[in-house]
Design a binder for this molecule. Structure first.
Ligand SMILES: [Zn+2]
Length: 377
């Protein structure tokens, strides 16, 4: 029988770990990067191309899908996997973060969050129970607990009260998920640590989550504008509060150098819109740093985007052509650069997994930073 959820650590190097998560829809090599498929699509990419670049799992957004086309409709159409033609694992967020960042007229109570859709102004309510139900209707493989994510610069009492609320919601999420019958028997539930930049609150949050018990644990409430130094400051201790034998997921991160620094501190999973969003804006990530393809210096450059990259874009098209597509606002420009950016992120994860397995992660990280950050002062 295929495992519901089995995390195995094959090797460690310092705090960095590499291994795999076995699930019914497939195995996820860790550390893993999950491309973001917000509205049942990884923007500008066919699902088969996302897979061909090495993604084992993608992320779907509860908030967007509940509003359009609606979770009940997705369920009626056979679930998110069938609907979007992706048969491997999908992680869905709980909707909590995006309700707070995207919707209008929010009202936060013990029960949940009432809000108006940013699309048509219609009124909705998200609670831990409803979030679990929506993620079940979508057919999610990794379900995230419903939480609240306050801004990191709020007063400590506010951060503490919000974290306590998220922990009560984590318990309600656990109960809601567990009552999901067949779905609960084949999928997994992750809890989310909160506490912003406060070590004591992070510790309390981790203890409360561990008492409830989850298949994996996310470090939430980071990458919300606090900066890399503050984020790494939290990551110096926060993963250590979470169970060592469960995957640790850093939500919404990040830039390539964020990923390397976070893996170094014991993180196993990531998601971020950066490679796809940047791809549509003409920003490309390479082993020698990020570049803006709109820059005039590429207008007659016949070389590839990244000499070390073997993706379809780099092996076929010149910088000059990609520059032209960006300048002309052509859809193909967004498609080709998105494909390269996702390929680069997956190559970076694969290289990190190899370095950890080979016991050479610190040398890898030093080489990476030397090349990637060389233009930075
Ligand atoms: Zn490439």
């Amino acid at each position: 029988m295929t495992e519901r959820f089995k995390f195995s650590i094959a090797a460690t190097d310092g705090k960095a770990r590499t291994g795999s998560i076995q699930m019914q829809r497939g195995t996820i090599a860790t550390p893993a990067f999950m491309p973001v498929g917000t509205a049942a699509t990884v923007k500008a990419m066919k699902p088969e191309s996302v897979r061909a670049l090495g993604a084992d799992i993608i992320l779907g957004n509860t908030y967007h899908l509940m509003l359009r086309p609606g979770a009940e409709r997705v369920a009626k159409l056979g679930g998110l996997h069938k609907f979007m033609n992706w048969d491997r694992p999908i992680l869905t967020d709980s909707g909590g973060y995006q309700v707070m960042s995207l919707s209008d007229l929010r009202k936060l109570t013990e029960e949940g969050v009432e809000f108006r859709s940013h699309i048509d102004g219609s009124k909705h309510m998200l609670t831990p129970e409803r979030s679990m139900e929506i993620q079940r209707l979508l057919g999610s493989d990794i379900v995230m607990a419903f939480d609240e994510c306050p801004r990191a610069d709020r007063p400590r009492e506010e951060i503490a009260a919000s974290m306590e609320l998220s922990m009560r919601w984590a318990k309600r999420s656990r109960d809601g998920f567990d009552s999901g019958g067949e779905h609960a028997a084949r999928s997994a539930l992750f809890g989310i640590q909160q506490g912003a930049l406060d070590e004591e609150l992070r510790k309390i949050s981790a203890e409360k989550l561990t008492d409830i018990g989850f298949d994996g644990y996310a470090v939430g409430g980071l990458a919300v504008g606090e900066g890399q130094e503050a984020m790494f400051g939290v990551l110096d201790y926060a993963p250590g509060h979470l169970p060592e034998d469960k995957p640790r997921y850093l939500m919404g991160v990040g830039k390539p150098d964020d990923l390397v620094g976070a893996v170094e501190r014991g993180i196993d999973m990531f998601d971020c819109v950066l490679p796809t969003r940047s791809g549509r804006n003409g920003q490309a990530f390479t082993w020698n740093g990020a570049i803006n393809l709109r820059n005039a210096r590429f207008a007659e450059d016949t070389g590839p985007l990244d000499e070390r990259c073997e993706c379809p874009t780099c092996s076929t098209y010149s910088l000059a052509y990609l520059h032209h597509l960006q300048k002309s606002g052509e859809i193909l420009g967004a498609m080709l650069v998105t494909e390269h950016n996702l390929a680069f992120y997956q190559s970076l994860m694969k290289a990190m997994r190899g370095a950890i397995a080979g016991g050479t992660f610190s040398a890898f990280a030093a080489d990476f930073r030397r090349d990637y950050l060389k233009d930075r002062k």
